[in-house]
Design a protein around this ligand. Sequence first.
Ligand code: FES
Ligand SMILES: [Fe+2]
Length: 369
Amino acid sequence: MTETKRLFVENIWYAAAWEYEVQAADNKLARTICEVPLVFFARESGGYVALDNRCCHRAAPLHTGRVEGDCIRCMYHGMLYNPQGEVIEIPGQDRISKSHRVRSYPVVSKGGMIWIWMGDPTLADEQAIYDFPPLSDPDNWRGFPQESYLHYAANWLLIVDNLADFSHVAFVHTNTLGGSEAYAYSTVAENIEKLDDGFSMVRWHRGSPPPPYHKAVIPPAERDKPVDRCNTISMHLPGIFLMETLFAPAGWDAAANDRSVCREYRNCQFMTPETRHTTHFFWNYLHNTDRDKPEVTASLQNSLLEGFMEDKVIIEAQQKLLEQSPDFVPVGIKADEAFVHFRRVWAKRLQAEDAAQPLVFKDNPRRIL
Ligand code: FES
Ligand SMILES: [Fe+2]
């Protein structure tokens, strides 16, 4: 009997898939989350089901099966599973035992995202999902409907680190999202608030030229005028990043609270561990001006994607180096404060789950391979 380290908090909601991803995959999608292979499928009566993707008979994948109403049939020997994961039909056999089942996971869809609870189903409280209101508010916010998924060859916490310190915007995104290296020198995160499940902060950059991604969608007459830019960020376990961005004419008085002269954006980024080395990354970037101009939506999507690919290059390179150097000890700087806190609250949650139910791995004398 060997004990190994718990890697993922289970009693928490993870972003699992955009609804459109399941629909585009013939209504059934294979996706591994927290190193658990799962199948997601749309049920005929509405909503989604998530089951272990490994048929209890001989481990054939259920995602290659056939959705029948609210059920899914394994297309190896034909066993039919209901949404609770129970086998309700075995072709050619009347007797079905209680062991003929796979695990079913609570799932909820909000704002186009399917969320999954990997832990004790009796603790799954829908209200704890970090729903992002702009995603469900097409009258006021326009985002893009698809192509908002990236697969990362890196641990999700490295992406959390990246988003916790926007000074990287100056160097990684100089010509895309940042605009200049001045962002790192002349701005600092203000009001860093350490939350029980993450952190929040505000970062102003005053009197600077509009960064390229914003410049591309504003009228030519405004493109050379300096702006004040404010990013208000919050990050929550397990990797939920929400951001409000405001661009105001330079010198704008925030206390006056008149935003009619401002342009605003809303951004969500959800990081979900696929494995300890890889991540599902979901995002959207929404605007409230020019909502009916698809070219504005497309320009923002392309610009942001360009920026995210810049992040991806450096984060995946970090991952490789870290895998090659397990003895690496980081040397901190002041700006690490937020992600150090995030790592701390994550570790605390892991320890609490471990104390409540230690993970024990047993040998399996009945394994078939
Ligand atoms: S492996 Fe699924 S029915 Fe046999
Ligand atoms: Fe970035």
